[in-house]
Design a protein. Structure first.
Length: 95
């Protein structure tokens, strides 16, 4: 029994040392992941602030785009009307 325990104790001790090393490595990895998460969080806050600063300009761009679309539609209508008017003028001119 003593020989068995003498042989078994070093193996168990090595298992515990291995677990301890694995726990240390895991702890270091989690610390690295925490640092990465903190950096990402900081960068995200900076991006959100920049986006908020740009938002009024983006709103102006959207408004301008809508106004340009409305102006374009008006131009198409005016073009169609001028073509009808030209056709009427040519028709009257032929008489």
């Amino acid at each position: 029994m003593a020989m068995y325990l003498t042989g078994e104790l070093p193996a168990t001790s090595e298992d515990y040392k291995l677990l301890e090393n694995m726990n240390k490595l895991t702890s270091l990895k989690y610390l690295e992941m925490k640092d990465i998460a903190v950096n990402i969080s900081g960068n995200l806050k900076d991006l959100n602030q920049k986006y908020a600063a740009l938002q009024p300009y983006m709103d102006q761009i959207t408004l301008t785009e809508e106004q340009v679309a409305a102006l374009e539609q008006t131009a198409y209508k005016l073009d169609a009307y001028s073509k009808k008017l030209e056709a009427k003028y040519k028709k009257l001119e032929r008489r």
